[in-house]
Design a protein. Sequence first.
Length: 201
Amino acid sequence: MSEGKISLAETEFAAGLLLLLGLLSALLVDYKILVLFSIFTALYWIYSSPPARLKRFPFLATFVIASASLTLLIAGLILSGDTITELPPRLVVAILVCFTLSFNAKDIKDIRQDKAEGIKTLPVIWGKKITAIIIAMGFVTVPLLLQVFNPLLIIISLIFGSMAYINTIHPKGKERNFFILYYAFILIIFILAPWITRTLF
């Protein structure tokens, strides 16, 4: 402690305390939020921690992340006064498929380390180029999965898919660039929502 270091026991205690506070806070909001928060936490636990540590398995790992992201959307619906039955099945499928494909970007920067540790991520197994195509498909397939063939949405999806591909294969491509693309894409979809929701809901 004299060197300013935190022991493992102290770290585990702090993590447990924060988790408990998070659960109590969720319960104060709504018991449904507590359930969703618990599911979210459990998904990330099995994703990153032994014995499951699903981050070792391509597609399954990103599917778990996609499922966790879906719980946040459902929580937002509940907080806004809506119910889960108002969530279009096509939107659920689109979120799960697109996130499962595109979130493989998280493993690009760790190729060397994952190879050394024997972790079979998608970039390790198939290389950057094929992984880049799969990541790009996470954007490109949005209109198809939503079954919304708005020309502007199609063009935007193709543009963002192309940028995601270039960022993945470029030697100076950064993981943060992908998340910038990801959030910008979601923002644009939100702006286009009045047109999309005409056929989605």
